[in-house]
Design a binder for this molecule. Structure first.
Ligand code: F6P
Length: 385
C-alpha cells in the first residue's frame, strides 16, 4: 500500500509495467458545467487508476476550463481522493461560465463582452505536458472538448448531468440521485397534500428533457407529470384534478419539469443578472405559473415547491458512485490506448466509447412514444395531453 502514502506516484509491480508498456506519464482532469452527485467518484477513479495502474502523475485542473485558461491546477495524489466517494459536488470546483472560445466578462457600462481564450488554453495545456485530459461534463463542456480535440489535444470525455439528456449513453451519473431526491420530496408532499386537501406542485430540474420529472413522478406516485417533450393543455390538467376530486380524492400531486411549457408557449425563464455571464437563460417559475393558472378554476388550494439545487447536491446514491467509478477507470484505459476524441458511455450495461463529435449539441429527450410514457398513461397519470 505504498501508493496510499506516496504524494502522487506509486511503485508498479513488473506485471503492470509490462501490461501498460504504452504508459501514461501525466494526465489532467477537469469538471465543467453544473455539478452533480458522483463527480468525486470519477475524480477518485481516474486519479487512482492512473496512479496505481500507470504510475502517472495526475493534475487536477480547477474550476472547469477556467483553470486551463488561467493556469489554475494542483497535483492530485491517492491520499487526496480519500473519503470523497460519499461527497457531493466536485473537489476540483466547476463553473458553467468560462467558455474558452467565448469567455464572457463584464466590460464597460456593465455590458457583457466575449473574449477568445482558446490559444491561451492550448498553450497552458502544452505547458502542463499532459498525455491526456479527462473532461467531465455535460453537453456544453463536451462540445468545448470536441473543439479542442479538433485542434489536436488528446482528450477523453466523461458524461455527467442530472438531466440525463446526453446522447450516446443510457445514463449519466448524478441522475439517479436527483430522481431519488425528487421522489423523496413527493412522498413528503403526498402526506401534507392529502391532509390539507390541496393540489401540491413540485418543480424539478430538466431544461430540455423530462427524465427527472417522469421517473420521480412514477416513483413518487404523482397524478400529473408535465415534461418539456409534451406541451401541456391546461384543460387536461384541470380535468384530472376534478376527476380525482369527484372520485373521492380531493387532492392531487403534480410534478413539473422546469422546461415544461403550455401548448403554444415558451418555457418560463428568469432574467437574473447573475446568469448573464452564462450566455443561456435560467429556467424556473413554471410551477408557480401553473399554480396561479389553475387556482382560478378549482376550489382546492394550490401550493408549489421548487426543489432546485437540492437535486444536485449531497451524497450520491450507490448507482452513481459505481457508474462514476466505471466511467473513470474505463476512460483511463481508453487514454492508455490513445483512443482520444471519444466519450466513455454506458450502453446496455457495458461501458463503450462514443466519438465526441457525435454529441453535436443533440439533446436526448424522452421519446413521446416510449414505454415509460406508456407506463405512466396506462396507470392513469395525466401528462397534460
Ligand atoms: O443542466 C443541469 C441543470 O441542473 C439544469 O437542469 C438546470 O436548468 C441548470 O443545470 C441550472 O444550472 P445553474 O447551476 O446555473 O443554476
Amino acid at each position: 500500500m505504498t501508493w496510499l502514502r506516496s504524494p502522487s506516484r506509486n511503485r508498479l509491480n513488473s506485471w503492470n509495467k509490462t501490461k501498460y508498456a504504452m504508459g501514461l506519464k501525466r494526465i489532467g482532469i477537469l469538471t465543467g458545467g453544473g455539478d452533480c452527485s458522483g463527480l468525486n467518484a470519477v475524480i477518485r477513479a481516474v486519479t487512482r487508476s492512473a496512479i496505481i495502474e500507470h504510475d502517472a502523475e495526475v493534475v487536477g485542473i480547477e474550476d472547469g476550463f477556467e483553470g486551463l485558461i488561467f493556469d489554475r491546477h494542483r497535483i492530485l495524489s491517492v491520499a487526496d481522493t480519500k473519503e470523497i466517494l460519499p461527497l457531493g459536488g466536485t473537489i476540483l470546483g466547476t463553473t458553467n461560465k468560462g467558455h474558452p472560445f467565448e469567455y464572457r466578462e463584464f466590460g464597460k457600462d456593465s455590458r457583457v463582452v466575449k473574449q477568445d481564450y482558446s490559444k491561451q488554453t492550448v498553450e497552458n495545456f502544452k505547458k502542463l505536458e499532459l498525455d491526456c485530459l479527462f473532461v467531465v461534463g455535460g453537453d456544453g463542456t463536451l462540445q468545448i472538448a470536441q473543439r479542442f480535440c479538433e485542434m489536436g489535444l488528446p482528450i477523453i470525455g466523461i458524461p455527467k448531468t442530472i438531466d440525463n439528456d446526453l446522447v450516446g449513453t443510457d445514463y449519466t451519473f448524478g441522475y439517479q440521485t436527483a430522481v431519488q431526491v425528487a421522489s423523496d420530496a413527493l412522498d413528503r408532499l403526498h402526506t401534507t397534500g392529502e391532509s390539507h386537501q390541496r393540489v401540491m406542485i413540485l418543480e424539478v430540474m430538466g431544461r430540455d428533457a423530462g427524465w427527472i420529472a417522469l421517473e420521480a413522478g412514477l416513483a413518487g406516485g404523482a397524478h400529473i407529470i408535465l415534461i418539456p417533450e409534451i406541451p401541456y393543455q391546461l384543460d387536461r390538467v384541470l380535468e384530472k384534478i376534478r376527476l380525482r376530486e369527484e372520485g373521492g380524492s380531493p387532492f392531487s400531486i403534480m410534478v413539473v419539469a422546469e422546461g415544461a411549457k403550455k401548448i403554444g408557449k415558451d418555457p418560463i425563464t428568469s432574467e437574473a443578472a447573475s446568469t448573464r455571464l452564462q450566455g443561456m437563460a435560467q429556467l424556473g417559475g413554471v410551477g408557480d405559473y401553473i399554480a396561479r393558472e389553475i387556482s382560478g378554476h378549482i376550489d382546492l388550494e394550490v401550493r408549489c415547491t421548487v426543489l432546485g439545487h437540492t437535486q444536485r447536491g449531497g451524497t450520491p446514491l450507490a448507482f452513481d458512485r459505481v457508474l462514476g467509478t466505471r466511467l473513470g477507470t474505463e476512460a483511463v484505459q481508453a487514454a492508455a490506448e490513445k483512443k482520444f476524441g471519444n466519450m466513455v458511455a454506458l450502453q446496455a450495461r457495458e461501458v463503450v466509447l462514443v466519438p465526441l463529435k457525435n454529441l453535436a449539441g443533440i439533446v436526448r429527450q424522452v421519446p413521446v412514444d416510449s414505454q415509460l410514457i406508456r407506463s405512466a398513461e396506462s396507470i392513469g397519470v395525466c401528462l397534460g395531453r
